[in-house]
Design a protein around this ligand. Sequence first.
Ligand code: MN3
Length: 201
Amino acid sequence: MEKFELPELPYDFDALEPHIDARTMEIHYTKHHQGYVDKLNVALEDYKELQNKSIEDLLFDIDEVNEDIRQAVINNGGGHANHSLFWTIMSPDGGGEPKDELAEAIDKEFGSFEEFKTGFTEKALGVFGSGWAFLQLNNGKLELKRHSFQNSPLMYGNTPILGLDVWEHAYYLKYQSRRAEYVDAWFNVVNWEKVNELFLK
Ligand code: MN3
């Protein structure tokens, strides 16, 4: 029995064109994300008690994971959690600016949406090699964070509500080495309604 499964993609591979191309979406979802799920299941094969945990709890209690498989769970469990978030916070109807409670909280914490965007972009461009930029909740407070590889904010007790994958596999086909262009284009597909929903949770 396989515990963890690839979540359904909430739109077609070509839905985020032209900002994110269909081929990248297809490979990213069916190969990369699937790979993390498969390897996570392999790592947990002999650990029945861990298979009953949610991916969030698994990462949150990462110190309780046996050392033999801990790094595999960080890499592949983190990859699974990060990508599961990533697909939901994008939408063909995305872009623009956040509204409601999230807009207020962003203004309060960062000064304005533009300042938030600048800060988030700096985090995304500042990742050396492969990693992610996140907007996360740390004890109810919004903050920007970057992580290398598939390290998840959940391992540090924080809740990510927005995440941007800046591994080259996320953008290389269309943007090659132009990460800044990818980050800029990605803001056109951010599903702020979903991010607000996660914020209110
Ligand atoms: Mn990825």
